[in-house]
Ligand binder design. Structure first.
Ligand code: URA
Length: 204
């Protein structure tokens, strides 16, 4: 069975934490992956964005949100008036989980044990950065911070408090926007930008 972090991860600066993430063997996902992808961004970030897990390109580059979903995310941030360079961007799960399909690697959602095995890293990132606000991108991040029953589509775009009292807003995942049929794409994208604008208002 996968070991689970039930005590705080004992590292006290971001570089040490990122190094520890890269060496993580707490669940089997490290093995087929190229590398772990820790979060990145300034220690004094006022906001933390939490995605699901690295995708194919992030797995190769070792940096979060640098593939197609990342490009959409960057564009949405820009339109909302947010600066990615001054935010901390991370994922709920630090290794890419995939199914080989010919030459491609198809994204697979991490299961509950894998998500739980990884949760100590996210909590330690939040303890170190101590942001004013956290934004969950998609259901996996929302589950990690707001609980498994969180009704994302009903409660997206509103501020909630997690068990530590941290204000957390959940919105849709940029990959979900990319998967929308052409007729729905624009409104899906707009809704993501609108949710991100609430972050701008909250940080004023
Ligand atoms: N999707 C995510 O959730 N995170 C990434 O880093 C890339 C794609």
């Amino acid at each position: 069975p996968a070991p689970v972090f039930d005590t705080p991860v004992p590292v006290d600066d971001l570089d040490a934490l990122h190094a520890a993430v890269r060496g993580c063997r707490a669940c089997p996902l490290w093995q087929p992956a190229t590398q772990a992808v820790p979060g990145e961004g300034p220690l004094d970030s006022r906001i933390v964005f939490v995605g699901e897990q690295p995708g194919d390109e992030e797995d190769l580059r070792g940096r979060p949100f640098t593939g197609p979903a990342g490009r959409l995310f960057d564009q949405a941030l820009l339109e909302a008036g947010l600066d990615r360079a001054s935010a901390y961007v991370t994922n709920a799960v630090k290794h890419f989980k995939f199914e080989p399909r010919g030459k491609r690697r198809l994204h697979k959602r991490a299961n509950a044990a894998e998500q739980k095995a990884c949760s100590g890293w996210l909590h330690r990132e939040l303890e170190l950065v101590r942001p004013e606000r956290v934004v969950c991108l998609g259901a996996t991040a929302a589950t990690a911070l707001l609980g498994s029953g969180f009704p994302l589509l009903r409660e997206r775009g509103r501020w909630h408090r997690n068990s530590d009292g941290m204000p957390v807003l959940a919105t849709v995942h940029p990959s979900w926007v990319l998967r929308q049929p052409a007729a729905d794409y624009e409104s899906a994208y707009r809704s993501l930008v609108e949710d991100l604008k609430r972050v701008v208002v909250a940080l004023r």
